[in-house]
Design a protein around this ligand. Structure first.
Ligand code: AMP
Length: 187
């Protein structure tokens, strides 16, 4: 394992980018050969840094700009719950297939490493609810695209999208355009 280069940039400025970079570990060949897994557990485990990162996400969007936060399973749940608690809004999990107990919408997509299906409860949002979507890593953008599609099918409006880290060379930001992407660290 090696630490991610601390010279990286991000949409909340170089200081935040450096902070995130200082708490990411590169894990080569996980979960399969050729993939460098970006492990953000050290960031979650550092209370002061995690709080600063969460506060930075809220400051970027503005605490009045969203009614609900969506976290993408599983690491997105950690970020979404913290934002929801800090701002007093609710949190909606977007889950992997087969985990939700009631009627759900499904969206399938290709991952950097494999295929996946995500689901959200059909009654998760009140019509027109403004939804902030969060996840740990943006790679090819398939996960985020499927999630935003699910939010809209369930009646929500995506008001923002934040990831702690973006793998710029995989083109996720371009795939999601014209939706704005807020990445604290871009490599
Ligand atoms: P993608 O759909 O290709 O943008 O992949 C993003 C999703 O897969 C996110 O939920 C990430 O947690 C996970 N992911 C994809 N690639 C990586 C990576 N290299 N390191 C860590 N997580 C990743």
């Amino acid at each position: 394992m090696t630490q991610t280069d601390i010279g990286a940039r991000g949409d909340s400025g170089p200081e935040t980018a450096r902070l995130v970079a200082s708490r990411v570990l590169d894990v080569p060949d996980f979960p399969k050969p050729g993939v460098v897994f970006k492990d953000l557990m050290p960031l979650f485990a550092d209370g002061a840094v995690f709080r600063e990162v969460v506060d930075g996400i809220i400051a970027h969007h503005g605490r009045e700009s969203f009614d609900t936060v969506v976290g993408i399973e599983a690491r997105g749940f950690v970020i979404a719950a913290a934002i929801a608690y800090a701002t007093g809004v609710g949190v909606v999990p977007v889950r992997k297939a087969g985990k939700l107990p009631r009627a759900a919408y499904s969206a399938s997509y290709a991952l950097e490493y494999g295929e996946a299906t995500l689901e959200v409860h059909q009654d998760a949002f009140t019509a027109g609810h403004r939804v902030l979507v969060v996840d740990d890593v943006l790679a090819t953008g398939g996960t985020a695209e499927a999630t935003m599609d699910l939010v809209e099918r369930a009646g929500g409006t995506v008001s923002g999208f934040t990831v702690l880290m973006e793998l710029g060379f995989l083109g996720g930001r371009e795939r999601l355009a014209p939706r704005p992407v807020h990445a604290l660290l871009t490599v």
